[in-house]
Design a protein around this ligand. Structure first.
Ligand code: NAD
Ligand code: UFG
Length: 343
């Protein structure tokens, strides 16, 4: 059974491709490599022993997407493709509205057209949303019924896409949509062959920490130690990308088994501070991670972690990996590929 992965060569998509193969599915990767590298496909082949179909192109090209849906006839689609850098979205809002919202509209229209030609298979979609839709949560842990808000165009784009999917399902009950709100994905495949490969200076904590440990950057700036948290630094729900990948398989199985559309958090339910991550990484890598306390980063929230009970109940899924395992796998990837996929 084929599953189309838009953005399948990216960080989360590539790990999901492996998990899908292990679960007996046949992933088809659609990517324009705007934020990834074709060598990912070779790495995926080394891990799985299988050649994955690649459709190189842009999800904004609706007719091309229709054509490949007709050719492959996937039973489901996972929509990862999009831009994800919060800071860039503030500087370049139209890029985010165009690629993220425009990309989703294009994909959904293509799926709708092809479904109208052959209504026997319900249009089935899993969408990559984010805990960013909760804005600054009033309390933790966060359940799916918390109010949603946005503080930047990236978050706004996720919110609009969620609303678009709700409207589509309300208008056409044939659609089966699983919306997954990821918390903070980190780590890498245990082979060390695939992982997160940020372009330029990393914005996120874990890739920055790994680059400090490998000696590419002098020290980590810890953005604020005066938050109302146990050690004063920001607390997040870090989730191993392997657990996240398993969440996509569980979501697809639920929808393909006839389940109703749903929206769930994918997190561990545990919060870790910036300094917890630094210390766990030092332990996993055996390298020091020098840091300096810096001012708070504008827009950051003090703490954010999930209540993952709904995902467990609806999908039979739960995160299994510890912070130590996330750091060990991130380190194996970084130390084996200090320049990422660029060799
Ligand atoms: P990523 O940048 O590694 O992967 C996205 C992939 O989409 C890339 O391979 C990129 O080349 C491709 N792409 C972008 N625009 C495209 C287009 N128009 N046509 C075809 N391909 C296109 O990002 P990721 O971390 O794997 O994130 C995947 C999804 O999950 C994104 O939608 C992101 O917003 C969401 N998400 C990520 C995080 C995170 O922290 N990584 C957290 C919450 C949600
Ligand atoms: N941090 C530092 N130094 C750094 C980078 C981050 O101290 O160099 C701190 C942040 O202040 C925060 C924590 O580490 O307390 C985590 O920061 P990240 O940037 O790794 O993650 P965020 O929770 O801020 O944001 C991430 C994604 C967003 C997404 C959000 C909610 O980057 O896209 O999770 O899902 F919207």
């Amino acid at each position: 059974m084929k599953i189309l992965l838009t953005g399948g060569a990216g960080y989360i998509g590539s790990h999901t491709a492996v998990a899908l193969i292990e679960a007996g599915f046949e992933p088809v990767v659609l990517d324009n490599f705007a934020n990834s590298h074709p060598v990912v496909l070779e790495r995926l082949q080394r891990i799985t022993g299988q050649t994955m179909a690649l459709e190189r192109g842009d999800v904004l090209d609706t007719h091309w997407v229709e054509d490949l849906l007709r050719r492959h006839r996937p039973v489901g689609v996972v929509h990862f493709a999009g831009d994800k850098a919060v800071g860039e979205s503030v500087a370049l809002p139209l890029k985010y509205f165009h690629n993220n919202i425009g990309g989703a509209v294009s994909l959904l229209r293509a799926m709708q057209t092809v479904h109208a030609e052959d209504p026997s298979t319900p249009p089935t979609l899993v969408f990559s949303s984010s805990a960013t839709v909760y804005g600054d949560p009033a309390s933790v842990p966060i359940t799916e019924d918390f109010p949603r808000s946005h503080t930047n165009p990236y978050g706004h784009s996720k919110l609009v896409i969620e609303d678009m999917l709700s409207a589509l399902c309300a208008a056409n009950p044939a659609w089966r949509v699983g919306t997954l709100r990821y918390f903070n994905p980190v780590g890498a495949h245990p082979s060390g062959l695939i992982g997160e490969d940020p372009a330029g200076i990393p914005n996120n904590l874990m890739p920055y920490v790994t680059q400090v440990a490998v000696g590419q950057r002098e020290h980590l700036n810890v953005y604020g130690n005066d938050y109302p948290t146990p050690d004063g630094t920001g607390v997040r729900d870090y989730i191993h990308v392997q657990d996240l990948a398993a969440g996509h398989v569980a979501a697809l199985k639920t929808l393909l088994g006839g389940g109703e559309s749903f929206t769930v958090n994918l997190g561990t339910g545990k919060g870790h501070s910036v300094l917890d991550v630094v210390h766990a990484f030092e332990k996993a890598s055996g390298r020091p991670v020098p840091y300096q306390i810096a001012p708070r980063r504008p827009g950051d929230v003090a703490q954010c972690w999930a209540d993952p009970a709904l995902a467990q109940r609806l999908l039979g899924w739960q995160a299994r990996h510890t912070l130590d395992e996330m750091c060990a796998d991130a380190w194996r990837w970084q130390s084996g590929n200090p320049n990422g996929y660029r060799g």
